[in-house]
Design a protein around this ligand. Structure first.
Ligand SMILES: Nc1ncnc2c1ncn2[C@@H]1O[C@H](COP(=O)(O)OP(=O)(O)OP(=O)(O)O)[C@@H](O)[C@H]1O
Length: 297
């Protein structure tokens, strides 16, 4: 794929007459307290000739939960994948525009994609542990990057002495709220865990490489209500230390766990972005109100 910063091609303008709403409305400019972690500016994504994201700009505050909602096919997953350049792996995908992480452009030629994806980790809809032991799953990333006993551990623990792999594994599993359930069977195969446990293990695996941002694509949609509730609690806890961006189809879930919500509608258009309570209780856009109240989508 190309990630060039070229001028977008000619495309039909959306007009106020078509939407009954102003183009580039003020309500997509969400002012929040705190520091911006990710800033997206004029983002377009195409798969071949098909547009999937249409001129989206928004800023994501650090140490918070941002929910991305909208009907099927509106571009939520595509947008999420732009935040750590996972769309690079899709040949037909073309990304134009800018995404900065802590003020630094990630769509530059000099971006180290391995480093980027360590800082911006991802958790998928289907839990996808490796067919290895629970311990090996968590230690996989740090071992691969040669970081056990070295720099990453000092960064995580704030000290430079010889912290070992066991400590990293325990810490990551504790952070993912699964330690008590697996501490006596760390050498068992991860595939023997329940779906909800596997998903929390995948979150532990993501945490073990020391990300700042965690992207989650419908992380609970394959889980039962109890496992879902554990993941929701975990997401809220993680936001104390991490910036979490979560795609969900479940509007109640978005309302429960997120600080701010971005509503995408068909064609990859960001229609409204703002404080979650305001979006759900008093959206400014009629189309968002119609979507949230189930009139379409
Ligand atoms: N790998 C791909 N190749 C071609 N087109 C794609 C690809 N991935 C997504 N698309 C198209 O891009 C558009 C947005 O898809 P995307 O999966 O981002 O939407 P979504 O809102 O996450 O959908 P859902 O809620 O159903 O998961 C859709 O029209 C989809 O068909």
């Amino acid at each position: 794929m190309s990630t060039t910063q070229t001028e977008p091609e000619e495309r039909p303008e959306r007009t106020a007459a078509e939407t009954d709403e102003p183009i580039d409305p003020a309500w997509t400019e969400y002012g929040f307290d705190g520091r911006t972690k990710l800033a997206v500016d004029s983002l377009d994504v195409h798969y071949g000739d098909e547009r999937a994201i249409d001129d989206v700009s928004l800023e994501i505050p650090e140490e918070s939960v941002t929910a991305l909602i909208g009907p099927s096919g509106c571009g939520k997953s595509t947008f999420l994948r732009c935040l750590n350049r996972m769309n690079d792996r899709i040949d037909s995908a073309r990304v134009d525009g800018s995404v900065t992480l802590d003020g630094k452009e990630i769509y530059g030629d000099s971006t180290d994609l391995v480093e980027l994806r360590k800082r911006v980790g991802m958790v998928f809809q289907q839990p996808n542990p490796f067919p290895k032991s629970i311990r090996d799953n968590v230690a996989y990333g740090p071992r691969k990057h040669g970081e056990v006993e070295t720099g990453m551990l000092s960064r995580l623990f704030g000290r430079g002495d010889g912290t070992n792999e066991d400590e990293l594994v325990e810490r990551s599993l504790r952070q993912a709220a699964i330690w008590d359930e697996v501490k006596d069977r760390l050498d068992d195969n991860a595939l023997g865990l329940s779906g909800g446990q596997q998903q929390r293990l995948c979150i532990a695996r993501c945490l073990a490489v020391g990300p700042d941002v965690i992207l989650m694509d419908e992380p609970a949609s394959a889980l039962d209500p109890i496992a879902t509730s554990k993941i929701e609690d975990l997401i809220e806890d993680l936001a104390e230390d991490y910036t979490v961006v979560v795609v969900t189809h479940n509007m109640q879930q978005a309302a429960r766990i997120s600080d701010q919500t971005a509503v995408f509608l068909t064609g990859g258009e960001l229609v409204e972005y703002g404080d979650t309570d305001q979006i759900f209780e008093n959206p400014e856009s009629q189309r968002v109100e119609d979507y949230i109240t189930g009139k379409f989508g």
